[in-house]
Design a protein around this ligand. Structure first.
Ligand code: F6P
Length: 542
């Protein structure tokens, strides 16, 4: 076994041993034992405050986890990432989303080739386009200014922009932005309803420009424009793609095709022209502020020592739970209605990036990889799945997000929202011992039999971990920093697990089979299938 592999194995062994000891104590007890716990496990980065002190690790365990990060080569991998080396081995590409949000004058290289000038040129093209649409200088085929955008794309070509729009949209937007991702025609029908084709831009976003859902929706939207405006309607099509020739072949005017590059992964692409719809609907300045926030997190991630590096610590806390303590599920709960899509965004970011069973070189992984992620906005989640978080048989670590300043509406509600976020973190960790429950029921005058029956139901074992991320305000900068924080966390986890976080071969088989089944549903010859699949096809073949 080579020296590095044995060092990594030894570091994993120490993590497992540390986690084993962690099982035998309560998180809460660590605060008394470690006077500097809060100081070491809270940090600020790029305008975000993180509190990782309600995680099950002791400070000694943190050092063990940092030892794992060093042994696994996180620092060297980070340097390779920022240097634009090929970190996506199975597709032979760098992953250089940081270049998209770097300040002007940056000098990123993808596999040795300078990319920053092209990035800046595309940003200038986006700015000009956004300003022209917003000012009314750019008009539709019949001379009317644009009042709506329909953004068509799926996965990484949808989730990021949708999250950004929900998070930052004005209550009464000057330009309405709607999304259609699903091949279910119901979604596009809803998106188009009530819009005037003469005032609507259709922005088709697809890295490959081959995605079934997106092309299907794009054709329907183009037909909707043409039905109202004739062939001149194509002037209202815009495309964002790493395959610009395909976009032009679809009928998009060449000056309305915005490029991005194969070194931008789909789920890391919202910073590119994939964010064009948001840049137009929110205004380009807002989009630049989002980029600036992400760039601030990039600087932090690239330069901060591992021990005070927010993405690294967030990743290590997750790995301590996932691998050390065998917890395969994590919940993400933003106490901000405007961030309600954050869990959906993270599902792609984390599960598509790190849901892998072979390592970057094709061998079986040595350790379980990504946890399943789910979540919804707080406080709504409290009235849905928090029962399981508090009293279920599995321990589900939770990321709680909160925003100090209110965004809209009656500011009095904000303190209630924040109180709930804090109280949930406390309740998850502290719980409620049976003795306390019994004393309370006794004080209420219940009989012993009644107390015996009720006390177990009302007891909370606690000791359930959470991370707390606080944003002072939900502004574009902090939103950018928040997303970049999780991107880099996912990268660090991928390094620890030895996997390629930037490919997604697991999505391919279903696509191939769907094409085959579609042929059969449309009347083609029946193929060979298992009996269950064959029966479903027979039933749905009209
Ligand atoms: O099917 C998964 C996927 O390839 C994602 O990785 C990607 O974000 C999405 O499809 C959309 O792909 P495209 O942007 O090429 O249409």
């Amino acid at each position: 076994m080579d020296l590095r592999v044995s060092e990594i194995d030894a570091a994993w062994g120490r993590l497992d041993a540390a986690a084993g000891a962690a099982r035998a104590r309560r998180i809460e007890s660590l605060f008394a034992q470690e006077p500097d716990r809060l100081a070491r496990l809270t940090l600020s980065a790029a305008g975000l405050d993180l509190d990782l002190s309600k995680q099950p690790w002791s400070l000694a365990d943190l050092d063990v986890a940092l030892g794992l990060a060093r042994a696994a080569g996180v620092e060297a991998a980070r340097a390779r990432l920022f240097a634009g080396q090929i970190v996506n081995l199975s597709e032979g590409r760098p992953a250089l989303h940081m270049a998209l949000r770097a300040p002007a004058g940056a000098d990123f290289k993808a596999a040795g080739q300078p990319v920053s000038p092209e990035v800046e040129a595309t940003r200038a093209q986006m700015r000009a386009f956004a300003d022209e649409v917003r000012s009314g200088a750019r008009k539709g085929a019949s001379g009317q200014p644009f009042r709506a955008i329909v953004h068509i794309g799926i996965g990484g070509s949808d989730l990021g922009p949708r999250l950004i729009w929900e998070a930052l949209k004005p209550l009464d937007p000057k330009i309405e932005l709607r999304f259609a991702a699903n091949v279910d025609p119901a979604e596009l029908a809803q998106a188009l309803t009530g819009l005037d084709p003469a005032e609507t831009l259709v922005v088709v976003v697809s890295k490959t420009f081959t995605t079934l859902e997106t092309l299907t929706n794009a054709e329907v939207a183009r037909a909707w424009l043409r039905a109202a405006l004739g062939s001149a309607a194509d002037a209202q099509l815009v495309a964002v793609s790493a395959a610009p020739d395909k976009a032009q072949a679809f009928g998009v005017p060449p000056d309305q095709v915005f490029a991005f590059w194969d070194w931008v992964g789909g789920r890391y692409s919202l910073w590119s022209a994939v964010g064009l719809s948001c840049a137009v609907a929110l205004g380009y300045e807002t989009f630049e502020r989002l980029l600036a926030g992400a760039a601030a997190m990039d600087r932090h991630f690239e330069t901060a020592p591992l021990a005070t590096n927010a993405p690294v610590l967030l990743a290590l806390a997750h790995v301590f739970n996932r691998n050390g303590l065998g917890r395969p599920i994590r919940a993400v709960v933003p106490y901000a209605q405007r961030l309600r899509l954050f869990a959906a965004f993270l599902q792609q970011l984390e599960m598509e990036s790190n849901g892998k069973r072979v390592d970057a070189h094709g061998g079986p992984v040595a350790h379980p990889t990504a946890a399943s992620v789910f979540g919804d906005a707080g406080t709504n989640g409290q009235h849905a799945f928090f029962q399981l978080l508090h009293q279920g048989t599995d321990i589900v670590p939770v990321d709680l997000l909160a925003v100090r300043q209110p965004t809209d509406g009656d500011p009095a509600g904000q303190k209630k929202l924040l109180a709930n976020a804090i109280a949930q973190a406390e309740a998850l960790m502290v719980g409620r011992p049976e003795a306390e429950v019994r004393a309370e029921l006794d004080a209420k005058g219940l009989s012993t039999a009644e107390i015996d029956a009720l006390a177990p139901q009302r007891t909370f074992l606690g000791d359930r971990p959470s991370s707390f991320i606080l944003l002072d305000a939900l502004d574009p900068e902090r939103l950018g920093a928040l997303i970049a924080l999780y991107e880099h966390k996912v990268f660090v986890e991928g390094v620890l697990w030895g996997i390629d976080s930037f490919d997604q071969w697991g999505v391919e088989l279903g696509k191939t089979l769907a094409a085959r089944v579609l042929g059969e549903l449309e009347g083609g010859a029946a193929g060979a299938h298992d009996p269950s699949t064959a029966a479903l096809i027979a039933r749905l073949r009209a």
